[in-house]
Design a protein around this ligand. Structure first.
Ligand SMILES: Nc1ncnc2c1ncn2[C@@H]1O[C@H](COP(=O)(O)OP(=O)(O)OP(=O)(O)O)[C@@H](O)[C@H]1O
Ligand SMILES: O=C(O)C1=C[C@@H](O)[C@@H](O)[C@H](O)C1
Ligand SMILES: [Mg+2]
Length: 167
């Protein structure tokens, strides 16, 4: 068993929104690793970051991605930072990996000031987003087989672009 699509990208790229829509349109089940982590830990991602720290979250995430890749046969959305793990990047080899790209301005607009995203909850979300994007862009591209720049597209148009480039 193996996901038909793995969806990744920075916060606000639309992994959850577009991933769910892609699953609907291809008649596949949808699974979001962020939700798996919350269910397994019994607390929110913010609480995990605050109480246990980011390294503990990343360890839970690496395990949850491995489980998702082994168990899920539909659309699997990863968390925005899952690619920070070299082990996870290795595990993504051979999968159809969709990188939903979004620039800083639109990414910050979409994520707003939500405290549900602990990494962006600081004083300067624009600078934080830019730093995060610069560090991760090569990692997303290392594993992606399809890249869609989502800034000017609706979620439906993003799904159109994914399906046009697939197969
Ligand atoms: N292509 C798009 N156009 C406009 N708004 C979008 C688009 N994709 C997502 N959004 C909106 O941006 C917000 C963030 O989307 P979503 O939660 O799907 O991102 P995400 O990549 O899953 O983020 P996270 O990494 O925090 O889980 C939502 O309000 C969603 O409706
Ligand atoms: O970009 C990130 O590092 C994160 C993105 C979210 O999907 C969550 O996995 C968490 O908030 C960390
Ligand atoms: Mg999400």
């Amino acid at each position: 068993m193996s996901p038909r699509f793995v969806v990744l990208g920075p916060p606000g790229a639309g992994k959850t929104t577009v991933g769910r829509l892609l699953a609907e349109r291809t008649d596949l089940p949808f699974r979001d690793v962020d939700e798996d982590i919350v269910a397994a830990a019994g607390k929110s991602i913010s609480d995990i970051f605050t109480t246990d720290g980011e390294p503990a979250f990343r360890a839970l995430e690496e395990q949850a991605v491995a489980t998702g890749l082994a168990e899920h046969d539909g659309v699997l959305a990863l968390g925005g930072g899952a690619v920070l793990s070299a082990t996870t990047r290795r595990r993504l080899a051979g999968h159809t990996v969709v990188f939903l790209n979004v620039g800083m301005a639109e990414g910050v607009r979409r994520t707003g000031l939500s405290t549900a995203r602990p990494l962006l909850a600081g004083v300067n979300p624009r600078a934080t987003f830019k730093t995060l994007l610069d560090a991760r862009l090569p990692l997303y591209r290392e594993v992606a087989t399809i890249e869609v720049i989502t800034d000017a597209l609706t979620p439906d148009q993003v799904v159109d672009a994914v399906l046009a480039r697939w197969g």
